[in-house]
Design a protein around this ligand. Structure first.
Ligand code: G4P
Length: 525
């Protein structure tokens, strides 16, 4: 690829994640998008796969035929002249630090909210990471085919709880059984509600934002209510500000129903008009790496261990930051300076063989790994060494005390912990008073993977004692007095030796703040 071809290819890339609380409809909306992209032909395939009701062999057959895997961590497809990479952010019991780190590898995010429930805890957590990165966030208020909360109430909640300005791109005309359609102020039309089989119908609005008076709908009270609400929003709502959308300070809000495929395509099309192209990345030397720079570079944001004991290999997920990736190319691993040939690479969801061979900035490639990579590693080709900024560490919420089952096997126990912690699988703390090892994670899965890998890769059986949910707060070492620690606020140090308390609950934290009003405690991300 020459420079012009590279620029053209990068220009088409849109890389994003869908963030949501479990059950808000992420799988359903993803599936609709894959349908538009022609990647799956039948609604229900992803869902069926998720619930296990889809015969495995059929599924594998589809994967083989299409060369895709809809359940993998990255889904790639072409739509409307764009090449889209959707990165999965697992929820439920699969929630882990990897989920957070995945957000380091995207250029924007779609936030799916169940309109009957509003903002739920996991959405909030993921939102905060996106906000910290200053990436654009687009909101899809889902399940309009069911009775939900008042749209204005939902917008208020977004503004108040998340601290982001909102701009409704469309407005529901009724909901649940009374759902008539969407008043689409952005495209200046009404999108009538039908179920999937009938397809959608668009009615144009006149210059005053009204439907032709001959239309039956104009006699419906829902139509009049909608016009009133629109008027209110025009007057009292925010003005659309593209710069604020780009900086993540304003979220365009779309209403719809993923299940009945209502408003989803309109959403996707409009979203793609604003979704950013692959962004530039900063190195630790404060250099800016542009996606269209010809020298290949990327960073590892996730390592997925193979849970099958017969296959020790893992997959390192690399976000390409610049240039072109070619299978078989030589790259340097910045941390060790080691040169390696990337033969064993895989690009997910590519629907033709050729695209597996090359990828460009914005794309994600999976590299089969036998232990070379760590999370946050930079790889690059060419002479100019690059090292991207450190990935942030996330404050764990779940904790476990861990010991080796067999005291005679301390060596492999320590080696395993050292390596897995370095790799970013879990976080490690040591108790001030006893020197015990305490593991921290954001999701239970991290502990399970840890235990499994300790046994299978390091031959070390571990005993884990759950300490439950805790709030981690760092304290300035100057202010620390070991007597401040109690059974409700365990004093530990992190890997860098910095002291922190693990508070049992909010009550314990308040009690501490009352007792030591001058002590400043800080939360990390
Ligand atoms: P997730 O990936 O965010 O966890 O959510 P998922 O898409 O699996 O959707 C969760 C549930 O919500 C599913 O129901 C799904 O059918 C339903 N759902 C998704 N979008 C809509 C929508 O727009 N309207 C309505 N009414 N429901 C929606 P389920 O009961 O778990 O599965 P199923 O038994 O219905 O298949």
């Amino acid at each position: 690829m020459n420079k012009t071809e590279l620029e053209a290819a990068v220009d088409t890339r849109r890389t994003f994640a869908i963030i949501s609380h479990p059950d808000a409809g992420k799988t359903t909306i993803t599936e609709q998008m894959l349908l538009f992209g022609g990647v799956v032909r039948q609604a229900g395939t992803v869902k069926a796969r998720k619930s296990g009701s889809f015969a495995k062999s059929d599924w594998m057959e589809i994967e083989k035929k299409r060369g895709i895997s809809v359940t993998s961590s990255v889904m790639q497809f072409d739509y409307d002249g764009k090449r889209i990479n959707i990165l999965d952010t697992p929820g439920h019991e699969d929630f882990s630090e990897d989920t957070y780190r995945t957000l380091m590898a995207v250029d924007s995010a779609i936030m799916v909210i169940d309109s009957a429930k509003g903002i739920e805890p996991q959405t909030k957590k993921l939102f905060q990471i996106c906000k910290m990165r200053g990436i654009p966030i687009f909101t899809f208020m889902n399940k309009l085919d069911r009775d939900g909360r008042e749209p204005l109430d939902l917008l208020n909640e977004l503004e108040e709880v998340l601290g982001i300005e909102t701009y409704p791109m469309n407005w529901p005309m009724g909901m649940g059984k009374g759902l008539k359609g969407l008043y689409d102020r952005y495209n200046h039309r009404v999108e009538l509600y039908h179920n999937e089989a009938h397809g959608e119908t668009f009615l144009p609005l006149d210059k005053d934002g009204k439907l032709d008076s001959s239309n039956e709908l104009t006699k419906d009270s829902i139509y009049r209510d909608t016009l009133e609400e629109m008027e209110l929003i025009e007057e009292a709502g925010n003005e659309f500000d593209e710069a604020k959308v780009a900086s993540g300070d304003m979220t365009p809000v779309f209403f719809g129903s993923a299940l009945t495929n209502f408003g989803v395509e309109t959403f996707l099309k409009t979203y793609l008009q604003y979704a950013p192209k692959p962004s530039a990345h900063k190195t630790r030397e404060d250099e800016i790496v542009q996606p269209t720079d010809e020298q290949f570079s990327g960073f590892v944001f996730k390592i997925q261990a193979n849970m099958n004991p017969n296959h020790r290999d893992r997959i390192a997920f690399v976000r390409i930051c610049s240039g072109e990736f070619d299978r078989g190319m030589d790259v340097f691993l910045q941390r060790t300076g080691k040169k390696m040939r990337l033969n064993n690479s895989t690009q997910f969801m590519a629907d033709t063989r050729e695209t597996v061979e090359t990828a460009v900035a914005g794309d994600i490639v999976g590299l089969y790994d036998t232990g070379n990579f760590q999370i946050g590693d930079t790889i690059y080709a060419g002479k100019h060494a690059v090292q991207f900024e450190k990935l942030p560490q996330f404050t764990p919420e779940l904790f476990m005390r861990v010991t080796a089952k067999n005291v005679m096997k301390q060596k492999s126990f320590h080696k395993g912990i050292e390596q897995l912690v370095q790799e970013g699988a879990v976080q490690l703390y040591t108790s001030y008073s006893t020197g015990d090892y305490i593991l921290g994670a954001v999701g239970q899965l991290q502990f399970e993977v840890f235990k499994f890998r300790m046994l299978n890769e390091y031959n070390s059986e571990v005993v884990m004692e759950p300490l439950g949910n805790k709030t981690a707060r760092w304290i300035d070492p100057e202010q620390l007095d070991e007597k401040m620690s109690s059974s409700r606020n365990l004093l530990v140090k992190d890997r860098a030796g910095a002291p922190l308390f693990l508070f049992e609950n909010a009550f314990a934290e308040r009690w501490f703040a009352d007792k030591y009003p001058d002590v400043k405690l800080t939360a990390k991300l």
